[in-house]
Design a protein around this ligand. Structure first.
Ligand code: AKG
Ligand code: FE2
Length: 282
């Protein structure tokens, strides 16, 4: 299998080296979420959310290898603090300081990348108002090593429902991206690298110019895998900028409610792979 060509614009993602997150911070954040994942299950299940996947997920028979927890509104100091109070009632300043700094820096990366994307399409004037209405969810995802007779699928094939997802992993690989030619390619994360991935909301915003990355996780080897992702969603309604609607590329989507869509994808109808067209296609 090729390993270098997974993250390309054509596949809806790219790899960046981001030195603002130092090796020390990266190690500290993986250690912090490692400790979080070791807390008793009774503590972790208290992380409930209005939208299921924003909170604690685990023991799912469809995804038995995976467990995850989300910190909603993760770039707000108060939100990280109240998450920390929930999980460590006697306090854990090291956890909240580490997570806050990490979320702030990865958010800056997301902002830089989105601004560049807006400018490259000649619609930079919309960037500020778009940026103000972004919601940030920070999640860790932990994958255990499968038992001998178990399937090694960590996360089944999907696109994210986000505008942009930014992923960072410990040393253990497993993420695969599907090309337009229907080939699966494993993503290699060099040190200090992050995967920037377009989600369905970005596909809508770009009027189908950018395709949301189709991806999955396959566990290989005998080490557990951790990923930390910053998942950004749009509050309010996304309208395709009029500049991106042309005779050659007519409007493909109705005004799009990102959170409404997220809820829709958790319904039976929305579990279909063509959920985006079903929800918002013209
Ligand atoms: O763990 C990964 O690399 C990807 C996780 C993922 O695709 C997701 O949580 O949406
Ligand atoms: Fe994903």
């Amino acid at each position: 299998m090729q390993r270098s060509a997974a993250c390309t614009r054509k596949n809806g993602c790219f790899l960046v080296t981001y030195a603002k997150v130092s090796t020390e911070l990266s190690d500290a954040v993986f250690q912090a979420v490692g400790e979080l994942s070791e807390l008793p299950i009774e503590t972790k299940v208290q992380n409930v959310a209005d939208i299921a996947y924003f909170g604690y997920l685990g023991q799912d028979p469809c995804k038995p290898l995976m467990e995850s927890m989300g910190i909603q509104n993760a770039t707000s100091k108060e939100a990280v603090q109240s998450f920390t109070n929930l999980t460590w009632p006697s306090g854990n300043d090291h956890f909240s300081d580490t997570l806050q700094l990490y979320a702030k820096l990865v958010r800056e990366l997301k902002e830089t990348v989105s601004k560049m994307a807006f400018e490259s399409y000649g619609v930079g004037k919309y960037y500020d108002s778009h940026n103000k209405s972004t919601d940030y969810l920070l999640r860790y995802i932990k994958y255990r090593v499968p038992n001998v007779e178990e399937n090694n699928l960590g996360v089944p094939t999907h696109t994210d429902k986000t505008l942009i997802t930014i992923l960072h992993q410990n040393q253990v690989s497993g993420l695969e991206v599907k090309t337009k030619e229907d080939e699966w390619i494993e993503v290699e994360f060099p040190p200090s690298s992050f995967v920037v991935m377009a989600g369905d909301a970005f596909q809508v915003w770009s009027n189908d110019r950018v395709r949301a990355a189709l991806h999955r996780v396959i566990m290989k080897g005998n080490k557990e895998r951790f990923t930390i992702g910053l998942f950004s969603h749009q509050k309010g309604i996304i309208e395709v900028p009029e500049e991106l609607v042309t005779n050659e590329n007519p409007l493909k989507f109705k005004p799009f409610d990102n959170f409404g869509y997220l809820r829709f994808t958790l319904t039976e109808e929305g579990q279909a792979m063509n959920a985006l067209k079903a929800y918002s296609g013209i």
